[in-house]
Write a protein that binds this ligand. Structure first.
Ligand code: DC
Length: 234
């Protein structure tokens, strides 16, 4: 099968990266986590005092973009790609609640989006890529051969995220996780530029009641159907 582009978009904490990583490994494709890029920019801004108590000056962030260098390296131990901010591995720091609560406002800034979308297009230009985010199928790669739109019940998503954070020893309440998830969904779906919406030709994967194995089976079947020449938009 000729290499294709696979776009996975969807709500916060839907398990997009889990399914994207497994699919990429199965197909021997590369995996790009675009949320990690918005998170790394946000972390830089927090660390450099450009975001204080969730408030920021947009102009200062735009000026800082030239000093933010993002790279990704595959870690053979975790079998996944890790995010480096100016040469430092920030994979853990970008997942903190501090970053989670400022990332949606930062990702609304026009220049931030233009900068990161250009990087994403460069990273995916040779196809054979699974990329997840909010605007991959609608904006970054509108011609992606396979587009998946992931969703799940908000309570289930909160439980999954809460359990994940608790397992890492993060002190947070269920309500705080739920609030962050709902507010990010609201901001990501209501922003002016490239909001999270389902592309017309995306296939919905509601994983509320599905195990990881069932989800992977579902998407692998879509790839197989595509290789047989089925028209997925129908
Ligand atoms: O996928 P994630 O939860 O790690 O993404 C963090 C935030 O980054 C998300 O709330 C909105 C923003 N984002 C975006 O605006 N566009 C993308 N393609 C990916 C993420």
């Amino acid at each position: 099968m000729k290499p294709i582009t696979i776009a996975i978009d969807g709500y916060s904490s839907c398990g997009k990266s889990t399914i994207a990583k497994s699919l990429a490994a199965k197909l021997h494709y590369s995996y790009v986590d675009t949320g990690a890029m918005y998170r790394a920019v946000t972390l830089y801004c927090i660390d450099h005092g450009l975001i204080k108590d969730h408030a920021f000056d947009e102009h200062e962030i735009v000026l800082a973009l030239k000093d933010i260098h993002l790279t990704f390296k595959f870690n053979p131990n975790t079998k996944s790609s890790e995010t480096f901010l100016n040469g430092i591995n920030v994979e853990k720091e970008i997942r903190s609640m501090n970053v989670s609560s400022s990332v949606s406002p930062v990702s609304k800034i026009h220049e931030v989006r233009v900068h990161l979308v250009a990087l994403q297009r460069e990273m995916g230009k040779n196809k054979a890529v699974v990329m997840d985010g909010r605007d991959i199928g609608t904006n970054v790669f509108p011609d992606a051969e396979l587009k998946i739109f992931m969703t799940a019940d908000p309570d289930i998503r909160t439980h999954r995220r809460y359990d994940e954070l608790a397992a890492k020893g993060v002190k947070i309440t269920f309500e705080e996780v739920r609030e962050n998830l709902i507010s990010r969904d609201h901001e990501d779906t209501h922003r002016k530029e490239n909001p999270l919406i389902k592309a017309d030709d995306a296939i919905v994967l509601d994983n509320t009641d599905l195990t990881r194995e069932e989800q992977l089976e579902f998407v692998v079947k879509l790839v197989e159907d595509l290789s047989l020449g089925y028209d997925l938009a129908k």
